[in-house]
Design a protein around this ligand. Structure first.
Ligand SMILES: C[S@@+](CC[C@H](N)C(=O)[O-])C[C@H]1O[C@@H](n2cnc3c(N)ncnc32)[C@H](O)[C@@H]1O
Ligand SMILES: [Zn+2]
Length: 602
C-alpha cells in the first residue's frame, strides 16, 4: 500500500466516463477536460459504426450466397461473373486491390460494392474493428474507447512525445486488465506509422493541436476500405478566414469571412481530406460533421474506387460571396454530361455570377473549393442520436451532444451554407423579423428552410438569394427604414421592387422540431473558460492567460515570454442562444472593401 501510495505521489486521478487517468502536478502531458464533448461524440459514432458494420457484413454475406447460387446454376450475367470471381479473389486474399479486378465501366454499383466491400466485410468472419489513436497524449480517449465501446478490437495509441507515451502506458496499467489487453502505446511519429500501416485500421482518430493538415495524407492511407476516419481541427481562426493564405497553404481552399464560416470550415476540411484520398484512388463519404466549442470534427468513411472517384468534382464548389450584401452563390467545380446512356465528366460551366452582384452591385470574393455535397448522412445521425438517448447515463456530455445531434438531424442535408437573419437586417438597417416569421415567408413561397447547428441564427434554405431579398423587401415595406446613403448595399437592394409578394402568415412547419418539442439546441458552456488548452510543455505567457483564463493554466504565467506567438487563436463563439428577436449585429468589415485584419469569424 505504501509503495503504491509513493508511486502515486504528485498525481491526481481524473475520471471521464469509465476511464481514469493519472495527471501529474507538473501537467506536462496534454489533457483538456473540455474535450469531453469531442470524446463523447466520438464514442457515439464508434458505437453506430460497429453496429452498421455488422449490418453491412450480414448483407454482404447474404448477397454473396445469392450470387454463388446463381453461379452454380449458370444463370449469371457477364458482370455478375466478374463480380463473383472478384469476390473469390478477395477471399483468397489476392494482392491486387479489389477494384482493379473489375471492369469498372460495366460493373453495376451494387455488384461492385459487393466485390469491393471493406476488407473486414469481405471475409466470412467479421473481426472486431482495429482502432488507431494517432495522437494520443495521456491515452484517455483510447482508454475510453476500450472500456466503453462494446465490440471494439485492438487500439493502438501513438504519440511522438516520450513523456506522453510513458503517461499513456501508466494509464493503461492503471485502468486494469481489459485496458491492458486492448490498448497498446507506442512512441512514434504518427505520419510515418500510418504510412507504414496502410489500410490496416478500421478506425483512425486524428486529434491534433491546431491543424490536422500534415497528418491527412498518411491518415487516408491507413484506413481500411469502408473504415472510418475521425478528424479534429482546432485552428478555426485559420479555417474561418482570419488568414486566408495560411488556410490555402494548409488545406488548399480559400475561406471566406461570414456568419457561415464554421460550416465553411467543415466543408474545407472535408474537401481537403477528399483531395488526399483521391491521390490513392480513394474517396470519402461523410457520416457526421460537427462544430462544437472551439473546434470542428469530421467523421468520414473511406472507400477505394477509381471510377467513383471521378465524381469528386461534382461534390466540390467555389463560393462567390458579395462584399456588399453577403449574398452567396455556389460554382460547382465539375459537371456530368449524359449522352447515349454514357456519362461523361466535364468542368463546371461558369461563372455562375456576373462581375457585379445582382442584388447590390458590389464585387464578389471567391472562396473554396469547398465540399458542397452533404456533410452528414442523416440515417447515421438518427441512429447515433437514438443510440445516445438509449445510453444517456454513459455519456458525461449527454446534454451537449444530444442537443448538437438534434439540431444536426434537422439540418437540410442538401443545402450548403446559410443566411443569417441578423446579417440580412444589418445590410438593410431594418428591424429583424422573428425567425418564425421569416421561416414562414420562405415556406409560404414554396421553399424549404432549416436551422444550422453551427449558428443559432443561421437559416439554411433552398430559396435563391433574390427570393430571400424579396422577402426582406416586403418586410421593410411593412417596417420602413430611415433613408440611407445611395451607395449603401441596403439602399440599392431596397430600391428594387420585389417580384414576389411575401406571405408572412405563420406556416405550420415554421418551428423546428426541437423548438416545437422545446428540446434545447444550443447550450451555454458549463464553465467559464471552456476552450482550448495550450500545447503541453509550452511556457505559459500572460497572452495565454488572457486567451484561456487563469484557472486553465494553473495561474503560472511567465511574463518575460510575452512576445512568443500564441499557439491558440480561438475563434469567437457566436454570442446568442436561440434568440430570435435580437437587434441586428453591427456589420463586420468586408474583405475587399476595408483592410480587415481581425481573425474573427464574422
Ligand atoms: C491535442 S493532443 C491529443 C489529445 C488526445 N487525443 C485526447 O483526446 O486527450 C495532441 C498530441 O499529439 C502529439 N503529437 C504531435 N505531433 C505528433 C506526431 N507527429 N506524431 C505523434 N504524436 C504527435 C502531441 O505530443 C500531443 O500529445
Ligand atoms: Zn451584393
Amino acid at each position: 500500500m505504501g509503495d503504491v501510495g509513493d508511486k502515486l505521489k504528485g498525481y491526481t486521478v481524473i475520471r471521464e466516463g469509465e476511464a481514469e487517468i493519472l495527471m501529474h502536478s507538473s501537467n506536462t502531458v496534454f489533457f483538456n477536460k473540455t474535450q469531453v464533448n469531442n470524446r463523447d461524440m466520438s464514442i457515439a459514432v464508434l458505437r453506430a459504426f460497429i453496429s452498421r458494420r455488422k449490418e453491412e457484413h450480414a448483407s454482404f454475406l447474404n448477397k454473396r450466397v445469392k450470387l454463388q447460387k446463381k453461379v452454380s446454376e449458370g444463370k449469371t450475367s457477364p458482370v455478375e461473373e466478374k463480380t463473383a470471381s472478384a469476390m473469390e479473389a478477395i477471399e483468397g486474399e489476392c494482392e491486387m486491390p479489389p477494384e482493379q479486378t473489375l471492369n469498372e465501366s460495366d460493373a453495376t454499383k451494387e455488384l461492385s460494392d459487393l466485390a469491393t466491400g471493406s476488407e473486414s466485410t469481405q471475409t466470412r468472419e467479421l473481426k472486431p474493428p482495429k482502432v488507431l489513436e494517432a495522437l494520443a497524449a495521456s491515452g484517455l480517449r483510447a482508454l475510453r474507447y476500450a472500456r466503453e465501446v462494446e465490440g471494439i478490437g485492438q487500439i493502438v495509441a501513438l504519440d511522438n512525445d516520450k513523456t506522453s507515451v510513458e503517461a499513456c502506458k501508466r494509464n493503461i496499467q492503471f485502468n486494469g486488465s481489459l485496458a491492458c489487453s486492448k490498448v497498446e502505446a507506442h512512441l512514434a511519429d504518427a505520419r510515418i506509422y500510418m504510412l507504414t500501416h496502410q489500410r490496416e485500421f478500421d478506425v483512425v482518430d486524428v486529434d491534433p493541436y491546431g491543424s490536422p493538415s500534415i497528418f491527412l495524407d498518411s491518415a487516408v492511407q491507413s484506413v481500411a476500405d469502408g473504415g472510418l476516419l475521425m478528424c479534429t481541427a482546432t485552428d478555426l481562426a485559420v479555417l474561418c478566414g482570419g488568414n486566408g493564405e495560411v488556410c490555402y497553404s494548409k488545406y488548399g481552399s480559400y475561406p471566406l469571412k461570414g456568419k457561415y464560416c464554421h460550416e465553411m470550415a467543415l466543408r474545407i476540411l472535408l474537401a481537403c481530406i477528399e483531395s488526399h484520398a483521391n491521390r490513392y484512388k480513394r474517396y470519402i463519404v461523410p457520416v457526421l460533421s460537427v462544430q462544437m466549442d472551439f473546434y470542428i470534427r469530421v467523421f468520414v468513411r473511406i472507400y477505394t474506387s477509381a471510377s467513383a472517384m471521378k465524381n469528386t468534382p461534382l461534390k466540390l464548389s467555389y463560393v462567390y460571396q458579395c462584399v456588399g450584401c453577403d449574398s452567396f452563390h455556389l460554382q460547382p467545380v465539375g459537371r456530368t454530361v449524359t449522352k447515349n446512356n454514357s456519362v461523361k465528366y466535364a468542368p463546371g460551366f461558369g461563372p455562375v455570377v456576373p462581375q457585379e452582384c445582382m442584388d447590390c452591385g458590389k464585387k464578389f470574393n471567391m472562396g473554396g473549393p469547398i465540399w458542397s455535397a452533404p456533410i452528414h448522412d442523416q440515417e447515421w445521425v438518427s441512429s447515433i442520436l437514438s443510440g445516445v438517448k438509449s445510453m444517456k447515463e454513459s455519456y458525461p456530455a449527454y446534454e451537449k451532444i444530444s442537443a448538437v445531434l438534434t439540431t444536426i438531424s434537422e439540418e437540410l442535408p442538401d443545402v450548403p451554407l446559410f443566411v443569417s437573419l441578423h446579417n440580412l437586417c444589418a445590410t438593410l438597417k431594418c428591424t429583424s423579423p422573428s425567425a418564425v416569421i421569416f421561416r414562414s415567408a420562405v415556406l409560404n413561397a414554396g421553399y424549404r428552410i432549416s436551422g444550422s447547428h453551427v449558428n443559432p441564427l443561421g437559416l439554411k434554405s433552398d430559396a435563391p438569394m433574390d427570393v430571400i431579398w424579396d422577402i426582406m423587401r416586403c418586410w421593410v415595406k411593412a417596417h420602413p427604414v430611415k433613408v440611407q446613403p445611395a451607395d449603401q448595399s441596403g439602399t440599392v437592394i431596397l430600391s428594387k421592387e420585389p417580384k414576389l409578394q411575401a406571405n408572412f402568415a405563420r406556416a405550420v412547419a415554421s418551428l423546428s422540431k426541437a423548438q416545437a418539442k422545446k428540446v434545447a439546441r444550443f447550450l451555454p458552456n458549463p464553465e467559464r473558460h471552456w476552450g482550448p488548452k495550450v500545447r503541453a510543455g509550452r511556457q505559459i505567457t500572460s497572452k495565454h492567460a488572457s486567451l484561456l483564463g487563469l484557472e486553465n493554466i494553473n495561474g503560472s504565467v511567465r511574463h518575460e515570454e510575452e512576445k512568443q506567438a500564441s499557439p491558440v487563436t480561438p475563434c469567437e463563439p457566436e454570442p446568442s442562444l436561440d434568440q430570435e428577436n435580437d437587434e441586428p449585429d453591427k456589420k463586420r468589415p468586408k474583405i475587399g472593401e476595408e483592410h480587415a485584419t481581425i481573425p474573427s469569424c464574422g
